[in-house]
Ligand binder design. Structure first.
Ligand SMILES: CC(C)(COP(=O)(O)OP(=O)(O)OC[C@H]1O[C@@H](n2cnc3c(N)ncnc32)[C@H](O)[C@@H]1OP(=O)(O)O)[C@@H](O)C(=O)NCCC(=O)NCCSC(=O)C[C@](C)(O)C(=O)O
Ligand SMILES: [Mg+2]
Length: 355
């Protein structure tokens, strides 16, 4: 591990200085597109301004014989598109053991490094994977004359990655966040699901038998397969000042269950999720923006708590320093989102003096 005193020193002569705080830019939905798919690529300009993050995917879901076309397609799109102030451009490169990743990184940083905000690295196993990417990016940034560092986002999709999640989160000042990769993680853990995220009807708890009758009517409750994983990822990210994300929800047609899964992640601390299809964009926007009711309640608590210490009763409930802190989390998020989204500013009634 690097000493704390040189953690923020550039890893290559001429590379931009590492950042000391990850920018908290809205990233409620990381919208995936395949740059080698002409129909999808053609939609990118219209998505600018409607999504927080556009991600050109080069890894899984891009056919092996389209890898180069996807890489070059992303370069062309990045050069031709004005992403404006509010939409970030990210990419997901191929995994570090693949034959494509070296060309992905060298081409993208050299050609469009000044436009790329974040590089997502799949199947991260441990801090050593982040260290490798960290040094290589510094060398490439120096060569390309970049003035700001490209950030790194890890996908948690192996048991070892999961077991090392705290180390991964703190491996480099470039670390921007971590997403859950439920499909690869399920396979690597040898779970017995066959889906991309979401629940499973077999993973349940059953009410005790009534009157000892094990064959009688008993309610069952489906459980959340991802609770442990997301909660642990959230702690690792919070501890290191980076951002946690739920990943993909593969049942595109089941918009109801998608919203539930996203909301569970939001309530547990995630700041966003992936949208794989345009229909998931508004779901993520709705879920990862606090509701007007929550914002109004948080403001009331803040007002009632005065200097922020002590305890008060509000609507029959005790509020104190710690409930105020939760309300401040909601208000800070609402302010940040309202600053870039006029609809939300109106919904929250946000003015410079509101908070
Ligand atoms: C699901 C699919 C096949 C359905 O694609 P479709 O064409 O059958 O859907 P559609 O409803 O017929 O599409 C309607 C229109 O929307 C367009 N469209 C459709 N999707 C998009 C999009 N994303 N962005 C922009 N436009 C899109 C599509 O081209 C079409 O355009 P048209 O009206 O002109 O004909 C398609 O949406 C798709 O390929 N999405 C991206 C999939 C992807 O990126 N998967 C990888 C991430 S998940 C993952 O990797 C796992 C993980 C983390 O690694 C791990 O858990 O391990
Ligand atoms: Mg995967």
């Amino acid at each position: 591990m690097r000493s704390a005193k040189d953690f923020f020193t550039p890893l290559a002569v001429g590379a931009p200085p590492p950042i000391t705080e990850v920018p908290a830019r809205p990233s409620r939905m990381i919208h995936f597109f395949d740059p080698s798919n002409e129909k999808m690529a053609a939609k990118v300009p219209d998505l600018v301004g409607t999504v927080d993050v556009l991600l050109g995917n080069l890894e899984d879901a891009v056919k092996a014989d389209r890898k180069e076309a996807a890489r070059l397609g992303l370069v062309a799109i990045a050069k031709a598109t004005d992403f404006g102030e509010h939409t970030q451009l990210w990419t997901r490169v191929n995994s570090l053991d693949s034959p494509w990743v070296l060309d992905d990184l060298t081409t993208l940083v050299s050609e469009i490094g000044d436009r790329l905000d974040v590089i997502m690295v799949p199947k991260v196993q441990g801090a050593e994977d982040i260290h490798y990417v960290d040094r290589l990016l510094a060398q490439l940034e120096a060569r390309a004359g970049l003035t700001r560092p490209i950030l790194v986002h890890a996908i948690l999709e192996t048991a070892r990655g999961m077991a090392s999640v705290e180390e991964i989160a703190g491996a480099s000042p470039r670390m921007q966040g971590i997403s859950l990769g439920p499909a690869d993680l399920a396979a690597d853990r040898r779970m017995k699901t066959t889906r991309v995220g979401g629940g499973h009807p077999g993973y349940l708890v059953r009410q005790d038998p009534i009157g000892g009758d094990i064959h009688g009517e008993r309610t069952t409750y489906q459980q959340d397969l991802w609770h442990y994983t997301i909660a642990r990822m959230v702690d690792a990210c919070a501890m290191h000042g980076i951002f946690p994300y739920y990943g993909p929800f593969g049942d595109i047609k089941d918009v109801v269950a998608c919203e539930d899964q996203f909301r569970n992640a939001f309530l547990l601390g995630c700041v966003g999720a992936w949208s794989l299809h345009p229909v998931q964009i508004d779901i993520a926007k709705r879920v990862f923006s606090p509701s007007a009711e929550d914002v109004a309640h948080a403001r009331r608590v803040k007002e009632a708590m005065g200097d922020g210490t002590g305890a008060v009763m509000l609507d029959g409930k005790m509020e104190d320093d710690a409930s105020l802190k939760q309300c401040l989390v909601i208000l800070e998020l609402a302010d940040r989102l309202a600053a870039t989204d006029p609809e939300l500013a109106e919904l929250y009634g946000t003015t410079p003096e509101t908070h």
